[in-house]
Design a protein around this ligand. Structure first.
Ligand code: KG4
Ligand code: ZN
Length: 336
């Protein structure tokens, strides 16, 4: 049981198309985690429309906060600190969550904490672990980012490599669009690939043996585009499974390579693409074979959510940190 006197942190996440609110007691006790997905709003456009997203955050956020408080059995006065995602993301979306969180902090005279969305993803595999955050190699793989990071401790990160072009999730979504699957393509490809043969087509594994920890996925997407006319009548499941295999092989190979080079015993995988069933399967097999401990969050904590933002805020709050109310959003915020 967590000490009931541990501080209560409320976090708001509105960096893209999910409106989310979470309340944590201390670092590890989740009292509420609400996510209101806008996927159905954006699906007709085949991608996120920024103005539709920000207008929707505006109407959804207040009821979601009330709902989170109700689920946690708390009154807003009891919250000890307010946090929000400050970047990276869509400017008009970030602004909604940050303004609301700052407004609550200001009116209730409580501290405010600005949180980097990427740090939220990065640390999410450690949430709920007795040991807390430990040194490891981390792969953050989402719709906007693909990077390998060496974690020393909270706030001590070194980016070892990143994508030169598309993020892995972006490649999933763009290939999903080419295959005329509903947006977002990632979960659809994952579902269809389960019935397919991953070795049916040999799609390129770009930069697999480049000797560094960088990635490139745009060539793979182009390869699918050029092959499609020749694949008429081929099973969609085989195309999805073969494409997915190419993405997963590179991600697993490079992350394991980084852990070996940097002499780490643990590998943490996070971000929306870490929900992918084949990625999880191949990572756990490779880690078992090579003697690494694998840390992957519950799928609910892999896609965008506010619990991961509250977790980072709680870690920082415990270190005595807070942010000035003058700290602005930064749509291009980097991890380091
Ligand atoms: O972390 P996230 O929710 O948002 C960003 O910060 O980008 O990641 C969303 C990405 C999308 O590209 C989506 O297609 C991908 O994660 N994704 C998946 C799966 N679930 C979500 N990709 C592959 N397989 C999945 N099961
Ligand atoms: Zn994200």
């Amino acid at each position: 049981m967590t000490d009931p006197l541990m501080p209560l942190v409320m976090a708001v996440e509105t960096s893209c198309d999910e409106t989310a609110v979470a309340i944590l007691r201390g670092k590890n006790r989740m009292l509420a985690s609400e996510v209101s997905s806008q996927i159905s709003l954006h699906r007709p456009y085949g991608g996120v429309v920024p103005e539709v997203a920000s207008r929707s955050h505006l109407t959804r956020l207040k009821p979601l906060i009330s709902h989170a408080l109700e689920n946690a059995g708390l009154h807003i006065d009891e919250i000890d600190a307010f946090a929000a995602t400050t970047g990276p993301g869509l400017a008009s979306s970030l602004m909604i969550g940050v303004s609301v969180s700052k407004g609550l902090a200001l009116s209730l005279r409580k501290p405010y904490l600005a949180v980097n969305h990427l740090e939220g993803h990065l640390l999410s595999p450690f949430f709920g672990r007795e040991e807390g955050i430990v040194s490891c190699i981390a792969l953050v793989v989402s719709g906007g980012h693909t990077m390998i990071v060496e974690i020393g401790e909270v706030g001590k990160y070194q980016v070892l490599g990143h994508t030169h072009d598309d993020a892995a999730g972006e490649a999933f979504d763009k290939v999903g669009k080419l295959l005329q699957l509903p947006y977002p393509g990632g979960p659809e490809i994952d579902r269809l690939a389960r019935e397919g043969d991953p070795s049916r087509f040999d799609f390129p594994r770009s930069m697999m043996h480049s000797g560094d920890f960088n990635f490139s996925f745009s060539g793979l997407k182009t390869a699918v585009r050029y092959m499609l006319p020749k694949l008429q009548g081929e099973s969609m499941a085989n195309i999805c499974a073969s494409f997915q295999e190419a993405v997963v092989d590179v991600l697993v190979h490079k992350t394991i390579g980084a852990a070996q080079v940097r002499n780490k015993k643990r590998i943490a995988v996070s971000g929306g693409v870490s929900c992918n069933s084949r990625l999880r399967e191949k990572f756990s097999r490779a880690c078992e074979r090579k003697g690494f401990e694998l840390l992957v969050a519950d799928p609910k904590l892999c896609t965008d959510n506010a619990a991961m933002i509250a977790y980072v805020a709680a870690e920082r709050f415990a270190l005595g940190q807070s942010s000035p109310l003058t700290e602005d959003i930064d749509p291009n915020l980097r991890l380091v």
